[in-house]
Design a protein around this ligand. Sequence first.
Ligand code: UTP
Length: 291
Amino acid sequence: MGIHKAVIPAAGLGTRFLPATKAQPKEMIPLIDTPTIQLIVEEAVTSGIDDLLVVIGRDKGSIEDHFDRAPELEEFLREKGKTDLLMVVQDVSRIAADIHFIRQKIPMGLGHAVLAARRHIGREPFGVLLGDDVMTGPTPVLRQLIDKWRSGLSVVAVQEVPVDEASRYGIVFGKSLADGTIQVDSLLEKPPVHLVGERPLAVMGRYVLDPAVFSALSDVAPGAGGEIQLTDALDVLAHQGQLIAVPFRGTRFDVGEKFGFVKATIAAALNRADLRDDVLSYLRQILDQPE
Ligand code: UTP
């Protein structure tokens, strides 16, 4: 069985981005002109996913609207002869996947959001892409995980992080395998620095999960703040020998955090032919000015 379904948890409150997230989902905040959730949906589709379930919370209706048709806007653009923009608008609603939405009624953590997808996913392995993590790379990161996945296993994306930053992440521990992956023995969420080792590998927001994760999630007790943590369920799978970690090729931007968002915006601008030269010359100009 291949992997063709994926879940995008997007029901968090986005408190690190207040006041922007007071009345709009953080996943709709754009990098230049493209909402981050659209970039994530595109990564899923180019990874081979054709069935997406977005877990949304209160006031997240604009995410549904974004992927729907916009007849009045389309008519307006057509009348004005703005065919390029018309195509841009229509392309979003023609994304080559079925996009479903489900409500997580109370934001009780990432694990709880994944558990909300149980009925839709059924007994199939599935991808998970966090709305907070924008990834760029030679091959879509979810695809890199799917390529290493084997039936019965779950897979997490990892990247080495500096020792003094490791306490901000979930860190995997295990042994390296011949194919470059890691057989994970255990997983610790935000461990103290003396436990992280010399080359800590941090979990980043892409996963391929076996449906066994749902029973692990139902069994884990709520942790800090009453939230159900995905990490705790993954640790159960790791102890059963069913979790591997894949060091991925590419760059990850934590767009749920302010500096990460600024870095992602600069990188996105430098990657665009219509902006690159202007942005570069502006950056040179302000860097040349005395502080
Ligand atoms: P975060 O903890 O980064 O998101 O969750 P948050 O809670 O919205 O952010 P802050 O800390 O308040 O700023 C990682 C991902 O899990 C989703 C979020 O939407 C985000 O994509 N999530 C989190 C849920 O879907 N439901 C939850 O209950 C919590």
